[in-house]
Design a binder for this molecule. Structure first.
Ligand SMILES: [Zn+2]
Ligand SMILES: [Zn+2]
Length: 575
């Protein structure tokens, strides 16, 4: 939890420096450190006590000192003193998507706006459009940004919800009398954002389980505390609902509270047609009231003549018919993943050197990792010139020559420029093992132009994969407009894979789009877009999207062996 608090302060620091127009590299260092801390799952306080903070990716002497200061005092002096140097409300305004530091300066100095509410009122009263550089369009965009921010606050993304849930489950497991625990609700279905966090436990002493939750440091306020249900608020304001049931109805309760609502409605209809009733206590015969199942979730489905349906599919999207017909997909599992694409290192804006990334990949049991640092146009991310790229390729060859189970692929995340051309010449791309094409600029070009750009990139024989195809950042940036069906068609025709970016704020393509891509015959790829080795674990979130998209191993590039993968890349190039 401490790392999240410090990450939030580092983000504030970056925003404040940005507002004051300070060194962009220093700003980026804070942002990067904040991201790394957010994904760090170890014990920060212990690391600090052992004087080992600098082993964290992206943490140098200066930032390590600030972390120690926070752990000791609960504040960071540098952040506090910077806050005093800017007008009130700046930090809140900078959280509005699409509102940069220059605009914030204008709003705070010219209009004396100091809260998001005041900004919204000013925009609705059309008071912004007179300001220098402001038109009606920009005013509308800011209003949209305020909407995105509000929605982002209501729901939490998986990257935050899942670790929190795991922490709470561990705590419940230790409570006396508890025999089984599980997540339920949208988290168990692995939806990309979660409203309330639902937990389920079976216990012979339910009150002790409730007590364990109430006493946890993650409980800031108790909302409800009954005999079978407790609700608390975490310090972040997230609601956690715990239900405790007797062991004999754990399976039925798990099925019931996992949902979705629509899935359960269909399930009850199906039961009714068979003279059965299904609820959170079990499956019963309507006539006699005889109980047929309840202890195990699999038996609940079996009693209704169905195969067990993986939670990710329970959205009333054809899963009940598939289960009845014995045609459920053999969903991809973590053990099927043989490698990761789209990895950044210290050569561009990553925090870890090649050797450390390779070691982390090998320890996950991977066969390959595609190293894809940025191309020269992305200056703020230290994009690689052709000369530096060639030096990096030499270093990769040298590392591969040492042998070992993992092969590093020489790749690049290459900007797709505004006219659809690639940021490296073809002859450079031809020397790479794996080429990722990305749009990082010109989001405002409009749907037709953006679609043309993506298709132009896919027609390049060297481009293997299109990264984050819609560019969204949840709570920060809406997807740019793009004709996905046209993109799918081109991807299929050219033999280009599309990414499911596993970074929890991206998850791009999302589940629905990935399923349509699969139906269009497109090869998909999970990549973590790792900027520090801890983020390799984000594969979990990519897998969640893939499973929700009904993907099997054959739909994913990551499930190919190294030889098959290189052959797949070669097929497009030799077409
Ligand atoms: Zn990118
Ligand atoms: Zn990237």
């Amino acid at each position: 939890m401490k790392q999240r608090e410090i990450a939030a302060l580092f983000t504030q620091m970056a925003n404040l420096l940005d507002y004051r127009g300070e060194n962009p590299f220093r700003i980026r260092a804070y942002r990067r450190a904040a991201q790394n801390l957010e994904s760090f799952s170890g014990d920060l306080e212990r690391l600090a006590a052992e004087g080992r903070l600098r082993e964290l990716s992206g943490i140098g002497a200066d930032l390590a000192e600030k972390i120690r200061e926070y752990l000791a005092t609960g504040t960071i002096g540098a952040v506090e003193s910077l806050k005093r140097k800017v007008p009130p409300g700046v930090l809140a305004l900078l959280e509005v998507p699409g509102l940069g530091p220059k605009t914030a300066r204008l709003l705070t100095t010219r209009l004396r706006v100091s809260t998001v509410g005041e900004l919204e009122a000013a925009a609705r009263a059309r008071r912004l459009r007179g300001l220098p550089g402001f038109g009606a369009k920009k005013e509308e965009n800011l209003l949209k940004g305020i909407g995105v921010l509000a929605r982002g606050r209501e729901r939490m993304h998986l990257g935050i919800a899942l670790p929190l849930a795991n922490e709470l489950l561990a705590l419940l497991r230790r409570a006396p009398g508890v025999s089984r625990v599980s997540t339920a609700g949208s988290l168990r279905r692995m939806r990309e954002t979660i409203g309330d966090l639902d937990l389920l436990a079976s216990s012979t002493q339910p009150l002790r389980a409730m007590e364990a939750l109430r006493r946890s440091p993650l409980c800031a306020r108790v909302l409800v505390s009954g005999t079978t249900k407790a609700s608390i608020l975490t310090p972040d304001g997230l609601q956690v609902d715990l239900r405790v049931v007797p062991p004999e109805s754990f399976g039925a309760a798990l099925q019931y509270f996992t949902g979705s609502k629509e899935h359960n409605v269909r399930l009850r209809e199906l039961a009714g047609r068979q003279g059965l009733k299904v609820n959170e206590y079990g499956v019963f015969r309507l006539k006699t009231g005889k109980r047929l199942a309840g202890r195990e979730e699999t038996d609940v489905y079996k009693a209704l003549g169905l195969a067990w349906i993986p939670p990710e599919l329970r959205e009333d999207c054809g899963e009940l018919d598939a289960a009845k017909a014995g045609r459920l997909p053999a969903l991809v599992e973590s053990g099927d993943i043989r490698g990761d694409f789209h990895i950044h290192t210290t050569w561009s804006d990553g925090s870890d050197p090649l050797s450390r990334v390779a070691k982390a990949g090998a320890s996950r049991g991977y066969q390959y990792l595609a190293i894809c640092d940025h191309s020269p146009s992305l200056k703020v991310a230290h994009g690689l010139s052709v000369a530096r790229l060639r030096r990096q390729m030499r270093e990769i060859r040298a590392l591969n020559a040492r042998g070992g189970p993992l092969r590093l692929l020489m790749g690049a995340e290459v900007d797709i420029l505004n006219d659809g051309s690639m940021d490296y010449p073809d002859q450079v791309l031809a020397g790479l093992d794996f080429v990722v094409g990305s749009i990082h600029s010109g989001f405002g070009q409009g749907e037709a132009a953006l679609t043309r750009r993506l298709i132009a990139a896919m027609r390049n024989p060297h481009v293997t994969l299109i990264a984050h195809p819609t560019g969204r950042l949840m709570g920060q940036r809406e997807p740019y407009p793009v004709d996905l069906e046209a993109v799918f068609k081109a991807a299929q025709a050219t033999g280009t894979a599309l990414e499911i970016n596993a970074y929890p704020k991206r998850l791009d393509l999302n589940d629905a789009a990935a399923r349509r891509a699969r139906d269009a015959g497109v090869m998909l790829a999970l990549s973590t877009d790792t900027h520090s080795v801890d983020q390799l674990e984000q594969m979990t979130f990519g897998l969640a999207v893939a499973r929700r998209a009904w993907l099997e191993p054959r739909h994913l590039l990551n499930c190919l062996t190294l030889t098959q993968l290189l052959a797949w890349v070669g097929r497009k190039r030799n077409k």
